[in-house]
Design a protein around this ligand. Sequence first.
Ligand code: NDP
Ligand code: MG
Length: 427
Amino acid sequence: MSLQASTHCVATHSGTAPDRQAVCVLGATGSIGESTLKVLALHPDRYRLHAVSGFSRLERLAEICQQFRPARVVVPTRKIDEFRRCLANRGLLGNDQPELLEGDAGLVSIAEDPTVQSVMAAIVGAAGLLPTLAAVRAGKRVLLANKESLVMAGSLFMQEVSRSGAVLLPVDSEHNAIFQCLPERYVAHGQARTQTGLERAKTLGVERILLTASGGPFRCTRAEDLHTVTPAQACKHPNWSMGQKISIDSATLMNKGLELIEACHLFDLPESAITVVVHPESIIHSLVQYSDGSTLAQLGNPDMCTPIAHALAWPERIAAGVSPLDLFQIGSLHFEIPDTTRFPCLSLARQAMQQGGSAPALANAANEIAVASFLKQQIGFMQIPQMIDAVLQAVEIVKPESIAHILEQDVRARTFAQHWLQKHKAP
Ligand code: NDP
Ligand code: MG
């Protein structure tokens, strides 16, 4: 996907208006990264792109540099020379080149850059944890797409948010919807919290969160046929266009499991307060039920530019470039109970949240190995939950004391998952 050349260039490091918000996009070349750039390009008067990172799509990253002129760019250490050539091929030489930074240290540096006000955390998987946390610790406004970092680090992550005064805004469409449907006093930032989430919910009459799920591409596929589905079929999401990993997660319903854990931490609620509802049209992005019988929902066309624009501008609203909902065209909406027999990942994630401690981090790591193995056609689709289950059963669950401790648990889970893979992969 490439962006249309914009007539109004968002960000140049010369001649920037000082009151524009400086934005860092971690994972600018991905699906969420690209949608973020689209929204930024609509509002050159409000935002300037100060820093970006990419990983493998270097040509696209160079194109982004040419269009948006960020001051700082991060690529993996082994790609730095290749990327310099990509920039040179686009005429970006000498002073026209952005400052180039490398690897994990580079990601942390742009996430905590004092110039930056807002950080879009849109790296996929566990690789997003340290830079996202760096942005939190630096007290930024953090636009959270990288759900895996919250799944892994849960309470420690949220403690860092309270300590630093960072403003954490959910970008995941369901969590963004819940944020919009909860009372302002429930989600208020920058206030010392004396009550738990459950106590706040009781005071404000919040009864239950309904987390919607599209059901993915195999919602109607028979159990016996799921064993032989291909990565290409699994990546074909009916409603959303997303990166490969989250597309597979949506097909297994692990994405909803990760989102259940994400919601527990974001809104400080137990998993029992959250019900997953399959809603195939992906028009209602989630709902909150109240004690007076009201149910509030957030609706919109399935386009990530909406939650991104909401998080960027909150508490104001800006245009997202998304067409308004046409209810007459939609006609009807449907709801189903999720089938956890065909999609056991959802139950496994709920179980991991109930177990607590390092269990969600173990499940997340196992899932990352399982998805990568499925994409390489080393295991079948139904072996994804089997691998997660095996890791949760075999690897001891501990109470993580620090982020370093969580990263150790992540490595232990990956090591076990790799052993499991050697025993079970297709010959
Ligand atoms: P993509 O795979 O499309 O993009 C991932 C981004 O991360 C790319 O910029 C990629 O660089 C970069 N990246 C990949 N691996 C690494 C690594 N090891 N170190 C540093 N950077 C890396 O993913 P999505 O945009 O779909 O998802 C991003 C996050 O947002 C995920 O956590 C996902 O769960 C979440 N999310 C996504 C939604 C969506 O609609 N896509 C919806 C809600 C949440 P490169 O492309 O150059 O290789
Ligand atoms: Mg989501």
